[in-house]
Structure formats: structure tokens, C-alpha cells
Design a protein around this ligand. Structure first.
Ligand code: T46
Length: 142
């Protein structure tokens, strides 16, 4: 798996459900930033980039959407459709979001403040960077 799915414990009773998110408990980093994506138009794809150094947790609070993830070698498509789970996106992972339902509200928790310089928006630059890093790691292991 390129990204871990974290299942949240839900406080359910006759009134409904409540989930609390806390860093170092069910969010494996200190939360510096929160943003959400909503009102996404039909057939739109978002993302289309990787981050040099950013961890994020994506939670689909309402509706559904899909993530295409790749590390340059493996590709995975994951649907998020429940507020009871979060997708942990580590740095250096290329992501695209698509198939948003019209009611989708996608919440993101991030471990850093917004920094445009952290984005790799060109896929060939991304491939060059990630494959160099992996080859370096492999040669150290041998
Ligand atoms: C990611 C995926 C999952 C801000 O001003 N502050 C912010 O914290 C963010 C995230 C964005 N912006 C501005 C920058 C752009 O002018 O909001 C605009 C839309 O951002 P962007 O086109 O980067 O949005 P997405 O949906 O393509 O990507 C976002 C995050 O940027 C990205 O980090 O991993 O969601």
C-alpha cells in the first residue's frame, strides 16, 4: 500500500456519532493546518502534484472521491467515502483526486503551513526526483 488507511474510533450513541482527532493519538503528526475541498464541479481532477516534505491526512467528511497515488513505480486508486477513516499521505507521493460526488467534503490535516515551494507540479520532475532517491536508497542497501 502506498498510503495507510487509518480507522477512527467513533463515539456512537442514540444521538449519532462523534469522532475526535488528536495529534499523536489517531493523527500521526502535529496538526499545523486544516483545509477542506467542497463544491467540486463534475469531472474535475484536482491535485496533480507531490510534496517534498509534507504529511497529510485526508478524510472524506461527506460524499465520496477517489485518490490516484503513485510513487513512480506502483499506482493505486483508493476511494474515500466515510468520515470514519483517513488516508495518510506521506511526502514524495504523487496524488490526483477525481470522481468527486457533488456533495463531497474532503478535509485535509497537514503537518506544515502552506508553502508553494514544497510542491512538485511537473510529473517528469517528480519521476526524476523520486527514482533518483529510490535508486540511492537501493544502492545503500546492497
Ligand atoms: C494536496 C491536495 C490533497 C492556500 O492558499 N492554502 C492552502 O493551504 C492550500 C492547500 C491551498 N491554497 C491555495 C493555493 C491555490 O491558489 O488554494 C488554491 C487551490 O490549491 P491547489 O490547486 O493546490 O488545490 P488541490 O486541490 O489541487 O491540492 C490540494 C493541496 O494544495 C495539496 O497540498 O495534497 O489538495
Amino acid at each position: 500500500m502506498l498510503a495507510k488507511l487509518i480507522k477512527f474510533e467513533s463515539n456512537r450513541d442514540e444521538r449519532g456519532a462523534l469522532i475526535a482527532l488528536e495529534d499523536q493519538y489517531n493523527v500521526p503528526f502535529e496538526i499545523k493546518r486544516v483545509y477542506y475541498i467542497f463544491d467540486t464541479k463534475e469531472k474535475v481532477r484536482r491535485g496533480g502534484h507531490a510534496h517534498k516534505d509534507l504529511k497529510q491526512l485526508a478524510i472524506c467528511l461527506k460524499g465520496s472521491c477517489k485518490f490516484l497515488l503513485t510513487d513512480g513505480r506502483i499506482e493505486e486508486n483508493i476511494e474515500l467515502n466515510s468520515p470514519e477513516e483517513g488516508l495518510l499521505l506521506e511526502h514524495c507521493l504523487w496524488r490526483e483526486m477525481y470522481n468527486f460526488s457533488t456533495d463531497c467534503i474532503l478535509l485535509l490535516l497537514a503537518d506544515k503551513y502552506y508553502d508553494e515551494d514544497d510542491y512538485i507540479r511537473d510529473y517528469s520532475d517528480y519521476l526524476k526526483m523520486i527514482l533518483d532517491v529510490k535508486d540511492d536508497e537501493l544502492s545503500k542497501e546492497i
